[in-house]
Design a protein around this ligand. Structure first.
Ligand SMILES: *Cc1c(COP(=O)(O)O)cnc(C)c1O
Length: 396
C-alpha cells in the first residue's frame, strides 16, 4: 500500500536521499590505517557546524540525553551548584538528570511557552558573589513548547555579572537548523544529537566542548567512564576511538555535513525560518495559538499548536496517524491532550509542510474541531509563493 508519508515530528526527522544512501554501506574496519582520512575531516567539519575553532567536537554512540550526561559528568563535581530554567519537557529532564547525578540545582522556572529568563538569571548570578554556581544550563530550543531562547543574552548576563560559571547549551533541536555560535557566544559545552537538524537516524550524541570546559574536566570529580572526554579525545586526535564507533551513522554524518556546508549555514537557517513561517501562518489562519508566548520565543524548528478549548489533541494526533498516515508530534507532559506539534526541521519542503497542514486540518475536523478546510493550506501557500528575496528581508 502506498501509505508512506514523511514524518512531521520534531525528531527523528526525514532522511535526505543522499544521507540514506550514505548509510547503506558494507561494514568497515574502524582500525584500518586509513580510517583517520575519514574521521579527522569529519571532526573538523562538525566543528564548523557548531561554529567552534577553539573547541573540540566529539561523537558518542548515544542519543542527545547521553550528550547531556557527557557535558555534566566531565566538567562538574558532586554537590556543585548549577543554574537552569525549566519551561518544557526537555529543560525539565536535563535539570532532573543534574539532580540524579548529585548536583545542586537552582531553578529559575518560567511558564511553559517562555524561554530562559535573562532577568532572573542576572539576579541570581549577581547575588552569587562567592561564585558557587559552577555552570549555567540553557535549553536553546525547547522542543516540547516550540520556544527558542536567547543564548547570546545568557552570555551577556554572565559577563555583566563578571561570573565565571561554565555555559552549557542543549542544542539538540537547534544546532544545524537555527543560528548557533559556540565560540562567539562563549558556550563551554554544546550538546546535539543525530536525529534532528542533522537529518540522521538516532544514535549519535554530538557534543562540542570549549578549552575552558576541558580545563574544568581536569579537576571534575563526577564519575564518568563511557563518556569521558579525555579518553575520547586522546584517541580522536589520531583519528581513532576508544571503543567501536558507530561507523555506519558516521558515514551518514559525512553526507549530512556535506549537505549543510554546501548549502551554507546561513541559507540553512533562512530556509528553516521560511518553512516555519508557513506553518505559523496556517496556525494564525486557523485562529489557533502557539504555545510560545510571544514572537521572540518562536521556534523555527517546531511549532506546538494548542487546540481550542474542549478539543482533544490526542484524538487529532491518533486520527491523523490512523486515517491519513500522518505523524504529528504529541503534547508532552502537561501539554498532553492540549497540543499537537509540527516539526519543520531538517529535510522538509514547502509541499511536504502543506500536506502536513492539510492533514492536520482534516484530522481536526474529524475530531470535532471547527476549522475551515483549506484555510491553513491557503495561508501557507501564500507565504511559500512569495519571492525568496522578500522572504529573506522579512527574516531580518
Ligand atoms: C530530542 C531532544 C533531547 C533528547 O534527545 P534524545 O536524543 O531523545 O536523547 C534533548 N533536548 C532537546 C531540546 C531535544 O529536542
Amino acid at each position: 500500500m502506498p501509505t508512506q508519508n514523511p514524518i512531521f515530528i520534531p525528531g527523528p526527522t526525514n532522511l535526505p536521499e543522499a544521507v540514506r544512501r550514505a548509510l547503506d554501506v558494507p561494514m568497515e574496519d574502524q582500525r584500518a590505517p586509513d580510517f583517520p582520512d575519514f574521521t579527522l575531516p569529519l571532526f573538523a567539519d562538525l566543528k564548523r557546524v557548531f561554529k567552534t575553532e577553539a573547541g573540540e567536537a566529539l561523537i558518542f554512540p548515544a542519543s542527545g540525553t547521553g550528550g547531556w550526561e557527557a557535558a555534566l559528568t566531565n566538567t562538574l563535581s558532586p554537590g556543585d551548584k548549577v543554574l537552569t530554567s525549566r519551561f518544557g519537557q526537555f529543560s525539565m529532564l536535563w535539570a532532573d538528570m543534574c539532580q540524579r547525578l548529585g548536583l545542586e540545582v537552582i531553578t529559575a522556572d518560567v511558564p511553559w511557552g517562555e524561554g530562559v529568563p535573562l532577568d532572573k538569571f542576572a539576579e541570581i548570578l549577581g547575588a552569587d558573589k562567592g561564585h558557587e554556581i559552577k555552570a549555567v544550563l540553557a535549553c536553546h530550543n525547547e522542543t516540547a513548547t516550540g520556544v527558542t531562547s536567547d543564548i547570546p543574552g545568557v552570555r551577556r548576563v554572565l559577563d555583566d555579572a563578571g561570573h565565571p560559571a561554565l555555559l552549557f547549551v542543549d542544542g539538540v533541536s537547534s544546532i544545524a537548523s537555527i543560528d548557533f555560535r559556540m565560540d562567539e557566544w562563549g558556550v563551554d559545552c554544546a550538546v546535539s544529537g543525530s536525529q534532528k537538524g542533522f537529518m540522521l537516524p538516532p544514535g549519535l550524541a554530538l557534543v562540542a566542548v570549549s578549552q575552558r570546559g576541558l580545563e574544568a574536566a581536569k579537576s571534575a570529580k563526577l564519575p564518568r567512564c563511557y563518556f569521558d572526554f579525555e579518553d575520547m579525545l586522546k584517541l580522536n586526535r589520531t583519528g581513532f576511538f576508544p571503543y567501536t564507533p558507530a561507523v555506519g551513522l558516521m558515514r551518514g554524518l559525512r553526507a549530512s555535513l556535506d549537505l549543510l556546508l554546501e548549502e551554507g549555514l546561513d541559507n540553512v537557517f533562512a530556509r528553516h525560518y521560511r518553512m516555519a513561517e508557513g506553518v505559523r501562518r496556517a496556525v494564525a489562519a486557523w485562529d489557533m495559538e502557539l504555545v510560545s508566548a510571544g514572537p521572540q520565543w518562536r521556534s523555527d524548528t517546531v511549532s506546538a499548536i494548542r487546540v481550542p478549548e474542549g478539543g482533544d489533541a490526542t484524538a487529532v494526533i491518533a486520527g491523523a496517524y490512523h486515517r491519513y498516515g500522518l505523524s504529528l508530534g504529541t503534547g508532552l507532559a502537561e501539554l498532553s491532550g492540549k497540543v499537537f506539534r509540527i516539526g519543520h526541521l531538517g529535510s522538509v519542503t514547502e509541499l511536504m509542510l502543506i500536506s502536513a497542514i492539510a492533514g492536520a486540518e482534516m484530522a481536526m475536523r474529524d475530531a470535532g474541531i471547527a476549522v475551515e478546510l483549506g484555510s491553513g493550506v491557503a495561508a501557507a501557500q501564500s507565504w511559500y509563493r512569495q519571492d525568496s528575496d522578500t522572504v529573506a528581508q522579512a527574516a531580518e
